[in-house]
Design a protein around this ligand. Sequence first.
Ligand code: GLP
Length: 357
Amino acid sequence: MRLIIRDDANGASAYVANYIISRINTFHPTAENPFVLGLPTGSSPLGVYKILVEKYKAGLVSFENVITFNMDEYVGIPRDHSESYHTFMWKHFFSHVNIHPSNVHILNGNAPNLEAECVAYEDAIKRAGGIDLFLAGIGEDGHIAFNEPGSSLASRTRVKTLAYDTILANSRFFDHDISKVPRMALTVGVQTVLEAREVVVIILGQRKSLALQKCIEEGVNHMWTLSSLQLHPHPMIVVDEDATAELKVKTVKYFKSIEKVAMDAGFEQILPSKVRTGNGPIPQTKVDEVSSPTIHAPQPTTSRLLRATPATEYPIRSVSPDLVPDRMASRIPEPHLTDRLTPNPEQQTVQQNAITA
Ligand code: GLP
């Protein structure tokens, strides 16, 4: 994990923009071997898009042979709605650079068959050769794309219901009226992001600091889906100082020292050459599969524990061995003790019969 910390949002945005430019330029994309870029929306990447546009206008980068795939889109608002992610992307980025509209991919939240739309999106990513660099932002609850807390870490592009936290956070784009915020979205899955050859995340501001802390200092957890990046071979998170508010001082110092030591030694933390120049393998991130219980045969509807006698419809193992009449005395080796005070059941029966005769 690379964690790059800059003083403020401008510094972090400039780092990310320059990094993307250097990745595209080192790659030398052509029509046959295009650079495939995954892109986010939200306020966090705005500074990055602004700098990318400036650098494009200054002739420092070209998007001629760049293919893009956006992370997500709302379901059910018109494509030309002022807050649709289509509108966002064309307004802030695509219409200012030389990208071919046919190279732009954004999920269609109004597709007649949303599931088919998601499957086709995954196919389109595969046909493009996989994503070289996925840029992402995160939600305050640590979601990546719209992979809300509890999303499967093995998820792929699909329909997702938005969490209340996200609806509240995004209501600022909908006149602060939560009833105007769409309830569902189409989103790439966690696994779709993990399969990019590289993932770069920009995180700005104190309101994201708890999510950053959970995702970096704690374990992989589906309740903070960004934490899945711990499983990726080449993740990089770029943040401003405010976003580090919840991190341990030791964590911040360590990640800052990595960059400083590298710079003092005259090198940068760079990717393996295969990833930098293209045609690298798609990372096979292994997420353990959780298998759900399978019912092999119809089961009785009453719990076994509530049954007076064991069910006979299907084979079950007794919780404890069957009860067998036992006498402690029979376990004692001395024979004279069989003439003990308490009669055994057989003797009792004999005595009983003698009395009743
Ligand atoms: C939405 C998007 C995410 C984005 C998040 C954060 O939920 N689906 O991809 O990361 O907003 O937005 P912001 O950067 O405005 O906080």
